[in-house]
Design a protein around this ligand. Sequence first.
Ligand code: ZN
Length: 138
Amino acid sequence: MKSYRKELWFKTPSRRAFINITQKVNECLAESGVSEGLLLVNAMHITASVFINDDESGLHHDMDVWLDRLAPEKPYSQYRHNTCEDNADAHLKRSIMGREVVVAITGGKLDFGTWEQIFYAEFDGKRRKKVLVKIIGE
Ligand code: ZN
């Protein structure tokens, strides 16, 4: 069995952002040489997520508005976590959007549904953060 590990690094200029990382993940898959197996992609920070959905800007706007309605960034004083930090909303947003995705690898390709793409979701950006890509298989 082959095993592959890589870290992808991101630093978004804004506090919140969605980044399509499908191409980077495809490059990892090609580098791994795995043609049948499983691929895991997870955020290595508790204020960021990795999720799969459509690459459509209207939807991303809707998600951002929806998440900020569920867990508004401000006022910071509404959260107990914000006694020494100001990112309680980012922890909550990450909890909703999840930590990771797992994708089947078939015939050397990501076995996606038609519109599926992989995204890094940043909820407390402007600093360097990483994503783990782990691939196992034959
Ligand atoms: Zn925090």
